[in-house]
Design a protein. Structure first.
Length: 149
């Protein structure tokens, strides 16, 4: 399990040093979460800049939801995003912007209901993009998130 206090201190607030700066600007800090498995390519699960977390595109790849419905896959993706947020003492209520890629627009009603259940009263900015396919034929949805931490 990630030590939340240590992660938060090292990456954000109390331990920003000159090595965290380039000129007068904070550097970008890549971060991986071993509990989510290794990224499938040359990238990080997320990047922190200042008090903002930018996630890579998250999918249900390698999980029990991989062959499931768009709703099941979306729930898994948000479980991953929620895990990252909580590891950094944040939450889904601090979502700023979502970019959601889907392979089938006929699944929109199920996707919207699932998102409504996840967001509840906090509605982040969002873009929805229809794409031909994701990197695995089983995948129906990929989500990038930006959230305050």
């Amino acid at each position: 399990m990630i030590d939340k206090e240590t992660t938060k201190q090292k990456l954000l607030k109390n331990e920003i040093t000159e090595s965290d700066m380039v000129g007068n600007e904070l550097i970008v800090k890549p971060i991986n979460f071993p509990e989510l498995g290794l990224p499938a390519g040359p990238y990080s699960h997320a990047v922190i800049h200042g008090n903002t977390l930018y996630t890579s595109g998250m999918t249900a790849f390698g999980t029990q939801a991989q062959e499931g419905s768009i709703s099941e896959q979306t729930k898994e993706v948000f479980r991953q995003i929620d895990f990252m947020a909580k590891a950094l003492d944040s939450s889904l209520s601090k979502l700023i912007k979502m970019t959601i890629f889907v392979t089938d627009l006929s699944d929109m009603q199920a996707l919207r209901q699932t998102l409504s259940d996840i967001y509840q009263t906090h509605l982040p900015a969002s873009s929805l993009i229809k794409i031909e396919a994701l990197f695995s034929a089983d995948l129906k949805v990929e989500v990038e998130a930006i959230l305050a931490i």
